[in-house]
Write a protein that binds this ligand. Structure first.
Ligand code: NAP
Length: 269
């Protein structure tokens, strides 16, 4: 059992907390600092081993999770520093704040793990990428890996700089898929389907294709080939989508590069 302090329970902080609280095997004690707690969070106070905005914390904090906006990180960390012993494990989901930043504000030799989750963690279907600094022990990494596995899949990175690639692909990724869903739903409506039917078939197609690709031994390329019969309807659409000159690979590559560059720039600033 660990004493876990969560700093910031907005969109991401609360999404993660919901998953951790739901997990019955999780015997950790959570302390949450959040200036504007949601109704759910207020209701959870004193239940399920969760204390909201405690005036002071008597016990030693084993793990501190920072889920605040990057622009607040300096001031909030300076305030939190006094609560963190030198053997506390710091976990940060703050985009763009690197190990150097934590070393400059907190105790320089603290173990820090940066995590880039995505919003499906709120339904335990997220993906989180983890990278630890040089002070992290293998058991701390293993613990954090298990902790985030409660919220979906995890991957462990080898270099801190790869966090920018993760941010561009899976961090921002749900928004790309939501936008694809919007476009497909509109296309369905243009073809005469009702909003409701179009939405149902689009969302279930995204879920079904994702599950099939995840559960199958076959690669996404092969799965795509398998549903493309010569001169069929899928081929007619894919000829346009996969066009060498102006197919969607180009627009997707430029979009991902834009997100990647932005992530690097935010980290620099
Ligand atoms: N959302 C995503 O998809 C996603 C994905 C990966 C990583 N992240 C990272 O997660 C972090 C949080 O993002 P978010 O979308 O959850 O932002 P958010 O909804 O604004 O949540 C941040 C929360 O921190 C609270 N806060 C402000 N000052 C605080 C303090 N002194 N002590 C404790 N809590 C304080 C804010 O309260 P107020 O509302 O009162 O300011 C807010 O509720 C960001 O750094 C982001 O880069 C987000």
């Amino acid at each position: 059992m660990k004493n876990i302090l969560i700093i910031g329970a907005g969109n991401m902080g609360e999404a993660m907390l919901r998953g951790w609280i739901k997990d019955r095997s999780n015997l950790n004690q959570f302390y949450v600092r959040e200036p504007n707690p949601s109704e759910w969070l207020k209701e959870m106070d004193y239940k399920n081993r969760l204390r909201l905005n405690p005036l002071y914390i008597k016990c030693k904090i084993d793990v501190c999770v920072f889920a605040i906006k990057p622009q607040l990180a300096d001031q909030v960390m300076i305030k939190t520093k006094k609560d963190l012993d030198k053997d506390c494990l710091v976990i940060s989901v703050i985009a763009g704040k690197n190990f150097k930043f934590f070393a400059s504000i907190l105790n320089e030799s603290l173990s820090v793990i940066r995590v880039m989750p995505n919003t499906p963690v709120s339904i335990e279907a997220g993906v989180s990428a983890l990278i630890g600094n040089k002070f992290c022990t293998p058991s701390q990494i293993e613990w954090a890996d298990n902790f985030f596995s409660i919220l979906g899949r995890t991957v462990i990175l080898e270099k801190e700089s790869l966090i920018n690639a993760i941010t561009a692909i899976s961090g921002s990724g749900p928004a790309y898929i939501f936008n694809l869903a919007e476009i497909l739903i509109n296309s369905g409506r243009d073809l005469g389907l009702s909003e409701e039917i179009s939405k149902t078939i689009v969302l279930q197609t995204i879920v079904g294709a994702g599950l099939l690709a995840t559960k199958s031994e076959i690669s996404p390329s092969k799965l795509r080939e398998n549903v493309t019969s010569p001169n069929g309807t899928t081929e007619a659409a894919l000829k346009i989508l996969m066009n060498e000159k102006n197919g969607w690979h180009q627009i997707i590559n430029s979009a991902i590069n834009a997100a990647y560059k932005r992530s690097k720039l935010l980290a620099k600033n």
